[in-house]
Write a protein that binds this ligand. Structure first.
Ligand code: 6PG
Length: 464
């Protein structure tokens, strides 16, 4: 028998994704170097048309042409090694899909390399973790439009659905899918950072117990903040250790790891000249968190601070999260707008918000509002300038300022919130003090400046 779909890499993500595809009626075969993974796939998939093999040649022989082969292997070198290994077997028209978190430059390179050989390449971001892979992820594909048509039935049936709409669509050419997924992850970093700042305030500032914090997040999840990340946070505060009566969250070392997609978002923002300070601060806080020893040293030198200040309410904290949550999306989407121009992706932001509504880690009720904003104006400069969104921002900004002042007064690190407020204030300041920066540049380096009263470029030669 020959199969509709092939998948390489039968780790948890890979196994779950192939089972999802097979369950949706597409016969599938997995390739792995590990017999146990194949056995597991076959036993989990015994009710579907699913098979596994250890052998590359067998894998290729058993796939319908043009072959549709998805790679779910770690990003970086493993993707290149698999492609190199497959070259002798690949035929014109075959489709390779990279479903990992690959860097967009790598995707552009692989796309061109394979295009020269008449092999098609799809860079597809897949979000939703291992559960999403099984139950329906959000899929962000970038490729040639006719090639997308060939994979569309499989992706649409495997993806999450919101009101019947699949959480996948054609995004654009070449690396657009991986770029959109990278931004998704940048926003993910920002929201996780903001939620953790809120946890710090609720626990050490307002002195709430884990049970109370659970209830706070439960309530927040019933309102405008309804989202996957708020929902899992709610549940985390109830989880108890297996060996003691402690909450697991209290036993976890406070060093956050990262695989790099947040950092890439910041790096690319700098390259394209986009300001995304909330996302930058989330990356920066993960870095600071890794210096545990140093932070303990700092605590000894400056003393840890005991907070005795109840001057803000849980509702203020909720509003500050709502404000900075929206700012995080505004920053990520503004970066996408610039990247779309720079890289000629021709992205449709309403569609992006639409496929982020389900399956992915940043899924949130507010994405409906964001979709509406881009439906009204597909060229919206910044999400914060939409009427509907600006109403929510106006209603939440004063509580956000109050919470940020509370954090400063009580020595609570809140880089995410402070950056969000500062970003917002900068965006609504018609005249920034950068005239002075221009004067300084001209003074020490004759870098010239423009004037508000005359056209042209000027240099002043009597600064000192
Ligand atoms: C997703 C996640 C997924 C992964 C992150 C973790 O959309 O399903 O984003 O891709 O869990 O990459 O990233 P860090 O290890 O960098 O936190």
């Amino acid at each position: 028998m020959t199969y509709d779909f092939g998948l390489v890499g039968l780790g948890v993500m890979g196994r779950n994704f192939i089972l999802n595809v097979a369950q949706n009626g597409f016969s599938s075969i997995g390739l792995s170097s590990n017999q146990n993974s194949i056995n597991l796939l076959k036993s989990d998939g015994k009710s579907y048309e699913v098979d596994g093999t250890l052998d590359d040649k067998d894998f290729f022989q058993k796939l319908k042409r043009p072959r549709k082969i998805m790679l779910l292997v770690p990003a970086g070198k493993p993707v290149d090694s698999v492609i190199d290994r497959f070259l002798p077997y690949l035929e014109e028209g075959d489709i390779i899909i990279d479903g990992g978190n690959s860097h967009y430059d790598d995707t552009d390179r692989r796309y061109s390399f394979l295009k020269d050989k008449n092999i098609n390449f799809i860079g597809a971001g897949v979000s939703g973790g291992s559960k999403g892979a099984r139950l329906g992820p959000s899929i962000m594909p970038g490729c040639d439009v006719d090639i997308y048509e060939q994979i569309r039935p499989i992706f649409e049936s495997a993806s999450a659905k919101v009101n019947g709409d699949p959480c996948v669509t054609y995004l654009g050419n070449t690396s657009s899918g991986h770029y959109v997924k990278m931004i998704h992850n940048g926003i993910e970093y920002a929201i996780m950072q903001l939620i953790s700042e809120n946890y710090h305030i609720l626990k050490y500032g307002l002195k709430l117990e884990n049970n109370d914090i659970h209830n706070v997040f439960k309530k927040w999840n019933e309102g405008l903040l309804n989202s996957y990340l708020v929902e899992i946070t709610r549940d985390i505060f109830l989880a108890k250790d297996d060996d003691s009566d402690n909450y697991i969250v209290d036993l976890i070392l406070d060093k956050a790891k990262q695989k790099g997609t947040g950092k890439w978002t910041s790096q690319s923002a700098m390259d394209f000249g986009v300001s995304i300070p909330t996302i930058d601060s989330a990356v920066s806080m993960r870095i600071i968190s890794s210096f545990k020893e140093m932070r303990l040293k700092g605590e000894k030198i400056y003393g840890d601070f005991k907070i005795n200040d109840q001057s803000i309410s849980v509702e203020d904290v909720e509003k500050s999260l709502l404000f900075s949550f929206i700012v995080s999306f505004a920053q990520g989407l503004s970066q996408l707008k610039t990247a779309s121009k720079e890289k000629s992706y021709n992205l449709n932001f309403e569609e992006i918000c639409k496929i982020w509504r389900g399956g992915c880690i940043i899924r949130a009720k507010l994405l409906e509002n964001f979709m509406n904003a881009y439906r009204k104006d597909k060229n919206l400069d910044n999400l914060l300038f939409d009427d509907g969104i600006s109403e929510i921002i106006t209603n939440s900004i004063s509580a956000s300022r109050k919470v940020s002042i509370y954090c400063i007064n009580n020595q609570i690190p809140a880089q995410g919130l402070l950056s969000s407020i500062s970003y917002f204030d900068s965006l609504k300041t018609g005249r920034l003090p950068m005239n002075l920066v221009q004067a300084q540049r001209d003074c020490f380096g004759e870098h010239t400046f423009e004037r508000i009263d005359k056209d042209g470029t000027f240099h002043y030669d009597r600064w000192q």
